[in-house]
Design a binder for this molecule. Structure first.
Ligand code: ATP
Ligand code: MG
Length: 492
């Protein structure tokens, strides 16, 4: 039977109207204020002939108005297509067409892209955020209930391994994601979740959803301002912060001898592999890092390391959240502990499928389980270790080599500022790892290989190190290993 819950923001504004919902620069909105704003904007969105089930794209940076627009969309019952601001106009146009969006709302930062998008999508109505705010209101009544089966958001994967895939995220997916997170991290009335990651990515959007479900304030930042964020953490203004590794490294570098406030209880670190050196630095400084593993398809975290295990299982992404399951598949069978294979997951937060991608749906979903495309293993206590992407695994003379492991070693060298590793064809071994390294120092291949030799087994040593100016990254700043061989012609 279809499960329905009361309209989340309306219910929140009814239950705890005076609680803070979002704090951004000098502005604060309570849940009462946010509901009023969302209903007002929803009536304006409706004036563009948008109704329940339609798709509306948003190209909005982190701002208090973005918060209100996202909630307004939910009030209308329209699906929100979250667009990554760093995509090119033609990539954006492709996603808008694939998702069949009727309306696009863009803020000042993205207005420059609208003309080109409009050329490629003549049927699409494109408006700026200020135009929306100035629009007349149409008659509108907020939804009374949200069906957990309805699609709330469409979000494309980052496109690290291939063309981005449109993920359908239901209200149920978000509900279970938020519930699973709180069952692991706990919930305190003092909690304030810092959001410096983009709202258009699941890492940021899931914070907005937790806020309305938990009744918790979000401290929203427009950009990653290291000093301002460290000040908030030192003064105890944020209790939980979501970060990726590069953010954490910048926070650590700026922190020096200062310490975070005792109310700061969770640095939620996800999005990619975490170098052990960073985790050890945090351990030494007493920073409570919780490694987590998740993806667009799991509507945020699916595996997180619980506080009591953070030191004992350093390097692990943890155990599944309470409503979720994880197993490792090797040769179509469940793999025993400590055997590497594909990470396969199940849970009510996992998407039911991709938009317009029968091929990927057939390939990825089996009997309620989702094949993540990542390789990892479970240890004897059931902790998940994520090794790398299946598509990037290097098989050299029958041995498995994980590019991430070699990259970690290269990155731990003080003169290496960026590194990527890719398997290249080799007549003797089938494939061998080649390293692509950015260094601003006079580092030689010989020196770096010597360093690697001290930290890596012989078969994992890069066969060749290419010094390059920059590594290819996608709009989510993830390394595009498949493009690394193209750099060989421009080696420094
Ligand atoms: P695409 O699916 O289009 O190739 P993507 O997988 O990079 O893009 P996202 O959904 O943004 O798109 O990223 C999820 C992926 O990020 C995971 O599948 C995994 O490969 C990686 N990842 C996330 N958390 C971790 C982690 N803790 N350790 C290692 N890798 C992680
Ligand atoms: Mg993916």
């Amino acid at each position: 039977m279809e499960q329905r819950l009361p309209n989340w923001l309306k219910q929140r504004a009814y239950l705890t109207p005076e609680r803070k919902a979002v704090i951004f620069e000098n502005e604060t909105l309570t849940f009462h204020d946010l509901f009023q704003k969302a209903v007002d904007l929803a009536a304006k969105i409706t004036s563009y002939s948008i109704s329940k089930g339609d798709t509306v794209g948003i190209m909005l940076s982190n701002h208090i108005d973005t918060f209100s627009v996202i909630h307004a969309q939910q009030q209308t019952g329209a699906k929100t297509l979250f667009l990554n601001l760093r995509l090119t106009p033609s990539e954006l146009a492709w996603q808008l067409q694939d998702a069949n969006a009727k309306l696009l709302i863009a803020d000042a930062e993205s207005l420059g892209k609208l003309k080109e998008i409009q050329n490629e999508c003549p049927e699409l109505t494109c408006i700026s955020l200020s135009e929306l705010i100035d629009s007349p209101k149409s008659a509108f009544e907020p939804e009374e209930e949200f069906s957990l089966d309805s699609i709330c958001s469409l979000m494309y994967t980052s496109g690290t391994t291939g063309r981005p895939k449109g993920v359908k995220q239901t209200y149920g997916n978000h509900w279970w994601s938020a519930s699973g997170s709180s069952l692991n991290l706990g919930l305190s009335e003092k909690d304030v979740w810092g959001c410096t990651v983009p709202l258009f990515h699941i890492s940021g959007f899931s914070i907005l959803m937790r806020s309305v479900i938990y009744g918790m304030p979000v401290r929203l930042f427009s950009k990653f301002d290291v000093e301002a964020i460290n000040q908030c953490l030192i003064q105890g203004e944020i209790t939980i912060l979501s970060v990726v590794t590069s953010m954490l490294q910048r926070l650590l570098a700026d922190l020096n001898d200062q310490e975070y406030h005792e109310q700061f209880r969770c640095m939620l670190l996800g999005g990619g592999p975490a170098p052990l050196t960073v985790l050890e630095q945090c351990r030494d400084k007493g920073i409570p890092v919780f490694q987590t593993y998740g993806m667009t398809e799991t509507s945020s975290q699916i595996v997180t390391l619980a506080p009591e295990d953070s030191i004992r299982k350093l390097g692990s992404a943890g155990k599944p959240l309470f409503p979720c399951q994880v197993k490792i598949m090797k040769d179509q069978e469940d793999a025993p502990p400590n055997v590497e294979g594909e990470i396969v997951v199940k849970g009510p937060n996992v998407t039911h499928g991709y938009l317009n991608r029968d091929d990927a749906n057939k390939e990825s979903f089996h009997n309620g389980w989702f094949k993540t495309g990542d390789i990892g293993y479970l240890d004897e206590d059931g902790f998940v270790y994520v090794l790398d992407r299946r598509s990037d695994l290097i098989i050299s003379g029958g041995e498995n080599i994980y590019p991430a492991e070699i990259e970690n070693v290269l990155l731990s060298h003080p003169d290496v500022s960026d590194a990527g590793v890719k398997g290249m064809d080799d007549p003797q071994w089938g494939e061998v790892p080649h390293a692509f390294v950015v260094s601003n120092q006079d580092l030689t291949e010989h020196e770096l290989l010597d360093y690697c030799r001290r930290n890596l087994a012989k078969y994992k040593l890069p066969k060749k190190i290419h010094f390059v100016n920059e590594l290819p990254r996608n709009a989510s700043n993830k390394l595009l290993r498949r493009q690394l061989p193209g750099l060989i012609s421009e080696v420094k």
